[in-house]
Design a protein around this ligand. Structure first.
Ligand code: FMN
Length: 252
């Protein structure tokens, strides 16, 4: 409903099917905040369909907000995967802040299927990393994240890949959030056998309804640490059609 009302020229009337479903679901919704969002969206639709204005609360006018990035090239080209961390601890506050930023990621129908677990106790980090293949030689991981998504929010075979998309988007946004807050990170693949995934699930208490996306090492790069040279393919190779693109990649 909110999406329909955010179009340039919303249809009138629209949303009959959604309204039916909402009327079926609202009486059984038990979470007050979700119920109140659903109720205001319902009211907005009914108001619009009966000739009223678009409800400001539900589909507000966008404001021309300052995007807060002084130098986009600098911001994007200064993120690097870091494999050598200092002993500096990663506090609760900064991780909470990073997650608060990361949940601005888009998600299909705003379902926000993401979960993240953090491990900081060295023994817990070591245990979690034992299920992962790409961390050999990393001397110290101050904090480790495990990103999963809730498979129950996706329905039918046509959404079979959606969890991986959403989880990847969330993980990337978390990585940018950490970068914005002065932290470094390293995505760690979980391309592991199903046997190993089973062991990971039971070892880390991951529920059956969670799709496991990836791990992420988090910390502050040790002073004097090195980064891997990671040359980028030229934009002209990435863009297949539609614009004239110059040859160089970002950061090259
Ligand atoms: C999903 C994913 C999984 C990754 N897994 C690992 C890994 O297991 N070990 C590792 O050292 N790097 C891993 N990386 C980091 C990539 O090697 C790195 O992003 C790439 O080489 C580009 O370098 P940059 O991140 O410094 O720009 C992973 C990256 C992604 C996106």
């Amino acid at each position: 409903m909110e999406k329909g009302l955010a179009l340039r020229e919303p249809k009138k009337p629209f949303g009959a099917n959604v309204l039916d479903r909402l009327d079926m679901l609202l009486p059984v919704a038990d979470e007050a905040e979700y119920r109140s969002h659903a109720t205001s969206a319902r009211e907005a639709l009914v108001t619009w369909n009966s000739g009223g204005p678009i409800a400001e609360e539900v589909s507000p006018l966008a404001t021309a907000a300052d995007r807060g990035i002084a130098d986009a090239d600098q911001f994007f080209s200064s993120r690097h995967s870091v494999r050598d961390y200092s002993d500096r601890e990663v506090g609760d506050d900064i991780l909470v802040r990073a997650v608060r930023l990361a949940i601005n990621a888009p998600s299909v129908c705003n379902r926000q299927s993401w979960f993240v677990r953090f491990y900081r106790d060295p023994e817990d980090v070591r245990h979690a990393l034992s299920f992962q293949n790409g961390n050999a030689g990393i001397a110290h991981v101050p904090a480790l994240a495990l990103v999963t998504v809730d498979a129950r929010l996706f329905t039918g075979s046509s959404e079979r890949n959606q969890g991986f998309i959403e989880g990847g988007l969330f993980a990337m946004t978390l990585s940018w959030a950490l970068h914005a807050l002065g932290l470094d990170s390293l995505m760690l693949n979980l391309s592991i056998s199903s046997q190993r995934m089973k062991r990971l699930r039971s070892g880390l208490g991951v529920a059956d309804h969670e799709i496991v996306i990836m791990m992420m090492a988090i910390g502050y790069g040790r002073e004097g640490h090195r980064i891997a040279r990671s040359p980028r393919r030229p934009v002209s190779e990435v863009v297949l059609d539609g614009i004239q693109s110059e040859g160089s990649g970002v950061g090259s």
